[in-house]
Design a protein around this ligand. Structure first.
Ligand code: SF4
Length: 76
């Protein structure tokens, strides 16, 4: 289980989530931030602080955003 950062983050990269994550599992990619799926402890702290509502619990990721789950997994 993990939280997932989706399309609204692309080219925005506000990074408010990075500041609140207690385990520092949010990393920077070229055009967005992503959450390491193995390190995330599912605390939900990041979700409400995202100014563009890009962060979802894995089971709540909108179907059209599914590619962002794969993106996060691919980052390793
Ligand atoms: Fe970090 Fe918690 Fe968000 Fe996971 S749910 S990325 S542990 S702030």
């Amino acid at each position: 289980m993990a939280y997932v950062i989706t399309e609204p983050c692309v080219d925005v990269k506000d990074a408010s989530c990075v500041d609140v994550c207690p385990v520092d599992c949010i990393y920077e990619a070229d055009r967005q931030y992503y959450i390491n799926v193995d390190e995330c402890i599912n605390c939900a702290a990041c979700e409400p602080v995202c100014p563009v509502a890009a962060i979802f619990a894995l089971e709540a990721v909108p179907p059209d955003q599914a590619s962002f789950i794969e993106f996060a997994k691919e980052q390793g």
